[in-house]
Design a binder for this molecule. Structure first.
Ligand code: ATP
Length: 237
């Protein structure tokens, strides 16, 4: 796992048509291997914009992103060491969850006999549901299947944009366990959320954003201990 999983320096982004408002402003932080980093902040804080820049989907106005030491730019090939979940993955409804993942995996040119494929399914923890047709899935189950899809191949860095959105409380608990299992082997997870309660138990580190800027960053225990006032205001946002 050579290289620092993620280092961003002075990242800024202003959308076209937005005159004075930066979606992300002078953001810098670093994520070490084995960390589960929670990117936390109210709606509009700039979490999704940040993650889309990390994935190379949109171009920052300023700043630098290094993933395992490689500079990330839109249009450049996405590193195979990075997996990402964003909402809205499409599945074939008449096929089982497993068959959907197998066809996705086959399309990447790798065999389903790959040990990584089996291990990823194990970590995702979908159990028997994998054998059912996707059309029978709840919205939450579809979401969990999309998260499992992002894990196939066991990328060294897994990026999850609001994976708990739309999940019920038991599914949210399971999601926490999935993230912890995923990172247990020294892999790195970045997960965004607008609720501290959803991430504090699974995240080793937090980066709290508000109005595009970093408010505070550090180990979860330090932040939840020292900044309760701050976090209350973030959650109210
Ligand atoms: P949420 O939890 O609602 O997804 P977020 O923290 O992910 O919020 P972003 O989606 O990154 O925040 O949005 C940051 C700011 O950028 C907001 O003010 C938003 O309105 C604005 N914004 C986001 N996407 C676009 C876009 N495509 N065009 C213009 N403005 C945008």
């Amino acid at each position: 796992l050579a290289g620092v999983p993620l280092q961003i320096t002075g990242l800024s982004k202003k959308y076209q048509g937005s005159v004075d408002r930066y979606a992300v402003r002078e953001l810098s932080f670093r994520v070490e291997a084995g960390q589960v980093l929670g990117l936390l902040g109210p709606n509009g804080a700039g979490k999704t914009t940040t993650l889309r820049m990390l994935m190379g989907l949109i171009r920052p106005d300023e700043g630098e992103i290094r993933v395992f030491g490689h500079a990330i730019r839109p249009g450049a090939p996405v590193l195979s060491r990075v997996g990402a979940f964003v909402e809205g993955a499409g599945f074939l409804p008449h096929l089982s969850g497993r068959a959907n993942l197998e066809s996705y995996w086959a399309a990447t040119g790798r065999p389903v006999e790959d040990a990584h494929f089996a291990e990823a399914l194990e970590i995702a923890g979908l159990g028997e549901a994998l054998e059912r047709a996707v059309r029978t899935y709840s919205q939450g189950m579809r979401q969990r299947l999309a998260i499992a899809q992002a894990m196939l191949g066991l990328p060294d860095l897994l990026i999850l944009d609001e994976p708990t959105n739309g999940l019920d409380p038991p599914q949210i608990r399971e999601m926490r366990e999935v993230m912890v299992r995923y990172a247990a082997a020294g892999r790195t997870v970045i997960v965004s959320s607008h609720l501290l309660a959803e991430v504090e138990q699974s995240c080793t580190h937090l980066v709290v954003m508000e109005r595009g800027r970093l408010v505070v960053a550090g180990p979860t225990a330090e932040i939840t201990g020292a900044g309760e006032q701050l976090l209350v205001s973030v959650e109210d946002g």
